[in-house]
Design a protein. Structure first.
Length: 158
């Protein structure tokens, strides 16, 4: 099951990379987040991600994050939506896959999706509020577990 998800994710990223609208990054590329989880680095308290490419108004990124006893590597696509909610500046949806290493010998692959809102606070700082849905897969015959997490973080871009 997990190999099919990884294969599907890699094929979709390859297809996005073949897009003729693929342009070099001209906006902020670095993203640093502090808070209760994050839409790019997953179940982390502190995270760093880098936007590799902007495709139209969407971002393809990779990231690293930590939660003291658990570390995450992530890759995914952030879709900046055209919807402008009240009070917030932008809305977004994220589809990604996490490689999570916890205490012991557990290393997990977790596909995830999320949505949320951003409010610009200062020139390069934003407040992110959203909801993330992750799928925990197991290596044995146990069924996958779906978890929902809130996201509240303060991020800085440069």
């Amino acid at each position: 099951m997990i190999y099919r998800l990884i294969f599907l994710f890699l094929v979709s990223n390859w297809a996005v990379g073949q897009n003729s609208d693929f342009k070099p990054v001209t906006k902020e590329r670095n993203y640093y987040s502090r808070g209760v989880f994050d839409h790019k680095t997953g179940i982390t308290f502190v995270g760093y991600s880098r936007t590799l490419a902007y495709i139209k108004n969407h971002e393809f990124f990779v990231g690293l994050g930590t939660m003291i006893a658990m570390h995450t590597i992530s890759t995914g696509v952030k879709f900046n939506l055209n919807y402008k909610p009240p009070f917030f500046d932008t809305a977004y949806a994220v589809f990604s896959i996490y490689r999570v290493a916890g205490m012991g010998k557990n290393i997990l692959n977790m596909p995830a999706s999320g949505f949320g809102f951003q409010k610009k606070i200062f020139a390069n700082s934003t407040l992110n509020i959203g909801l993330s849905v992750t799928v925990r897969t197991y290596s044995n015959e146990r069924p996958s577990k779906i978890s929902t997490w809130p996201q509240i973080s303060l991020s800085k871009t440069w």
